[in-house]
Ligand binder design. Structure first.
Ligand SMILES: NC(=O)c1ccc[n+]([C@@H]2O[C@H](COP(=O)([O-])OP(=O)(O)OC[C@H]3O[C@@H](n4cnc5c(N)ncnc54)[C@H](OP(=O)(O)O)[C@@H]3O)[C@@H](O)[C@H]2O)c1
Length: 328
């Protein structure tokens, strides 16, 4: 049985109407334990997403590297127009084993990277092309200007940036309109609420929270110490056993509110993110249809003002987002 499609939101100035919850495809090819990867299953997840109205599909050339775009391309065969396809360039993987990478905002690189992404995705344009990280070796105007050429040539419909500072965001916007900012936002990572999200609201720019489930932690279903060595969370401070034990207080608070709605903690975590503003479209990542459907259902979960306040008051996360050895 097909559930009713989820509610929609408009993606910034782009005019794209997307499901209020999108789908992050990173974990299908990168980052979270290779043992759980399954290309066929992931393709089914993407296809099911489109059926239920989860239409913003997020990938990057660095996931794999490269193979995630190919996977997304296969999933989109015959249904490309049902999706709002978002990819990224500007981060280059040096060593897939260790995940070592560097930023490359060279305008020449960005032009080539967009062309290569189109080929891997099997599309003649992407809807949203995002700068994965600003490279301090280049003026943002140069990098962004090269990306804007891609829009003029019809290779991308709109542009976004990931994790920019406010200054970088404003400088880019002065060259070519910023359609979206993709940065980490969740109940345990709230820095974006200070100035970036208000700026997006003021300028009609979409805000796409990445890792809105706290890389799975906020679902309450992760086992401390249960990560394979190739799962990047095994190296992340917040996922070390002691930090996870302390961070359990966050899940306990989320779970109390979930129980009142007969919802799951993950759904409450997503509903809280959606409640941060109309410009927000989170992209939870999953490799499982059951999780996809559960996450999509969060788009209709309404939290009361008092509940949102209680969530706002939860303790901050114990542990940094990234280890010193990994700063994308
Ligand atoms: N711009 C950037 O720099 C950046 C950085 C990170 C991520 N992203 C994007 O944001 C997307 C989402 O972020 P993320 O994948 O890091 O983190 P996330 O969405 O917060 O969490 C993903 C993790 O949660 C698990 N999960 C998902 N739904 C679940 C559910 N209902 N119950 C239990 N577990 C569930 C997934 O497991 P399974 O996979 O096993 O289903 C996966 O381990 C990525 O896919 C990527 O597109 C962008």
């Amino acid at each position: 049985m097909n559930p009713r499609p989820i509610p929609t939101r408009t993606l910034g100035h782009s005019g794209f109407e997307v499901g209020a919850i999108g789908l992050g495809c990173m974990g299908m090819s990168w980052g979270y334990g290779a043992a759980e990867r399954d290309e066929e299953r992931s393709i089914s997840v993407i296809r099911r997403a489109l059926e239920i109205g989860v239409t913003l599909i997020d990938t990057s050339d660095m996931y794999g590297p490269f193979t995630n775009e190919e996977l997304v391309g296969k999933a989109l065969e015959g249904v490309r127009d049902e999706a709002v396809v978002a990819t990224k360039g500007g981060l280059v993987v040096d060593d897939p084993e260790t995940g070592e990478l560097h930023r490359n905002g060279n305008p020449h690189h960005m032009r080539e990277a967009l062309d290569a992404s189109l080929l891997r995705l099997g599309v003649d344009h992407v809807d949203l092309y995002q700068l994965h990280r600003v490279d301090p070796h280049y003026e943002i105007e140069e990098t962004w200007g090269a990306m804007a050429e891609g829009v003029a040539l019809g290779k991308a419909r709109a542009l976004g940036l990931s994790e920019p500072t406010l200054d970088e965001l404003q400088r880019a916007h002065a060259v070519h309109p910023v359609t979206s900012v993709q940065s980490e936002l969740s109940l345990w990572t709230r820095e974006q609420l200070d100035e970036i999200l208000p700026w997006c609201e003021e300028h009609g720019v979409a805000f796409i929270p990445f890792s809105p489930l706290g890389r799975g932690f906020l679902t309450g279903r992760l086992d401390a110490g249960g990560f394979d060595a190739d799962d990047m969370r095994s190296r992340f401070p917040r996922f070390q056993e002691e930090a996870m034990a302390r961070n359990q207080a966050i899940i306990d608070g989320v779970a109390r509110i979930a129980a009142a709605h007969d919802a799951t903690p993950g759904q409450v975590a997503l509903a809280w993110v959606l409640a941060q503003g109309e410009m927000v479209v989170p992209i939870p990542g999953t490799r499982r249809i059951e999780y996809l459907e559960e996450n999509a259902a969060a788009a209709t979960l309404e939290l009361g003002a008092h509940e949102l306040e209680r969530l706002d008051e939860l303790p901050p996360a114990e542990g940094e987002r990234y280890p010193d050895s990994y700063r994308p």
